[in-house]
Design a protein around this ligand. Structure first.
Ligand code: ASP
Length: 440
């Protein structure tokens, strides 16, 4: 059994968190390859090291004294080192960094958060340190070169049977450090899981996986035990975020499970994310996997008699939105009408111009603007095999007097989206939860 274990910023925020990481690693010999983010917030008012490093760079760029800020960062690392009585000489490296800071590229500068956190973690765990710039190969276009990364790993594994590696960065073909997008250590873990053919990729964070619904709306919602990548994509799009979205791409086709776990409550079950879940393992799972949603959408409702014979009408309408750079969320349609659903903030400045251009483009007589719409996605891989799911959903909302403004379902039938008034948003989510999962 081979596990890749990645710890997020809050899991390595200070020496207390380092101790939790150590006991997690030591409790399972399969946890041989550890990836860390840069130390994150120790409390809600604290700062993430990566944010401070970006700020340092801004100070340098605007010729403002960056030293006080740099000293704050330095102290965070020194506190961890001293509190854990570690030996790694980060002081000399930090002293060099302090002088060279103005000359570094922004990527190299911000990568130092992960670098020092990993150096300290390697020392504390008694594992070798392996630098991500000697492992992760990033092409100039930002894509990952898995073949070359695997070759690098093969060489490293000759001497090291386990290691700690910083997340978030790698190197481009010219040897320069390149960082990923924010939260990118999740992707580093995933790349390692793929290249080392891991059995599982453990992603340790500060929540016990995903919940079926937002706990600010539903009291004590149940945990999602298993979820597919596609379901997760639907839910993340609607706002549920724990994992970097791109972390699934490196391992998707290998069906390597990602196990989301909580460093502060390691005994919790967490959530397992998989490409597909075999039917025999899915018998106990609920029909719906999760509910998520967002407020503040606008539906531009377009009516025209005998529209169904009018070739090109939708294209002409969409090109108006394209001209204004507005991305489309949904297009529910009827025989002589269709609606374009967009985020309200994307059209707030141009809505009158958009409407008049649509009128001109398709010669319609009637366009209605419906604001204040909330979209709620009810997601579940098991929905398509069970007839009556959407009926149950609509009946539950209807019986509670909630007006459904629109309905959309993706062709893979794992997601039913309903549009309701903003004011009904929270109540609608609670009703769906209670009907499918049950009241606590
Ligand atoms: N430290 C980086 C960030 O804050 C990457 C990560 O945490 O995954 O975005």
């Amino acid at each position: 059994m081979l596990k890749i274990t990645k710890f997020g910023g809050s899991s390595v925020a200070d020496s207390t968190q380092f101790k939790k990481v150590k006991s997690i690693i030591e409790s399972d010999p399969a946890r041989k390859f550890v990836i860390v983010s840069a130390s994150g917030k120790r409390n809600p008012k604290d700062n993430k090291i990566t944010d401070l490093l970006y700020l340092c760079h801004a100070h340098i760029e605007y010729h403002v004294d960056y030293l006080p800020l740099f000293k704050m960062i330095e102290q965070r690392f020194l506190d961890i080192k001293n509190e854990l009585s570690l030996n790694t000489d980060i002081e000399s490296e930090l002293a060099v960094l302090e002088v060279e800071l103005p000359k570094l590229s922004i990527d190299e500068l911000v990568s130092r958060g992960e670098y020092f956190t990993a150096r300290l973690m390697a020392d504390y765990l008694g594992f070798p340190f392996v630098d991500a710039k000697d492992v992760i190969e990033i092409r100039y276009d930002g894509s990952f070169d898995y073949d070359r990364t695997s070759e690098n790993l093969k060489k490293i594994l000759v001497e090291n049977k386990r290691f700690v590696m910083p997340g978030f960065y790698g190197r481009t073909p010219d040897g320069k450090i390149r960082v990923m997008t924010r939260g990118g250590s999740d992707i580093s873990g995933s790349i390692l899981a793929r290249c080392l053919k891991a059995d599982v990729y453990e992603n340790w964070t500060d929540v016990s996986g995903f919940l079926i619904a937002d706990p600010r709306i539903v009291k004590n919602p149940r945990n999602i035990e298993k979820i597919t990548y596609s379901e997760l994509r639907e839910l993340s799009y609607m706002g549920a975020s724990v994992l970097h979205e791109d972390a699934i791409f490196p391992i998707r086709k290998y069906n390597i499970p990602i196990h989301i776990l909580n460093t502060n409550r390691p005994e919790d079950q967490g959530t397992i994310i998989l490409d597909n879940i075999p039917e025999e393992d899915d018998k106990e799972s609920p029909i719906i996997t999760g509910i998520a949603g967002k407020k503040d959408f606008t539906a531009v409702e377009i009516y025209k008699k005998h529209m169904s014979n009018d070739v090109g009408i939708v294209r002409k309408t969409l090109s108006v939105f394209e001209k204004y750079g507005v991305s489309i969320e949904h297009i529910p349609s009827g025989i002589d009408s269709f609606s374009i659903v967009v985020r309200s903030k994307d059209v707030s400045e141009n809505i009158y111009d958009i409407v008049s251009e649509i009128k001109e483009a398709i010669h319609t007589d009637h366009i209605n603007i419906a604001d204040g719409i909330a979209l709620i996605a009810t997601v579940g891989r098991n929905m398509n095999s069970r007839p009556g799911t959407s009926g149950k959903l609509f009946a539950a909302l209807g019986n509670s007097g909630i007006n459904i403004r629109m309905i959309a379902q993706g062709s893979d039938e794992i997601n039913i989206i309903v549009g309701v008034e903003n004011k009904d948003f929270e109540r609608a989510i609670s009703i769906i939860y209670n009907n499918f999962i049950g009241e606590e």
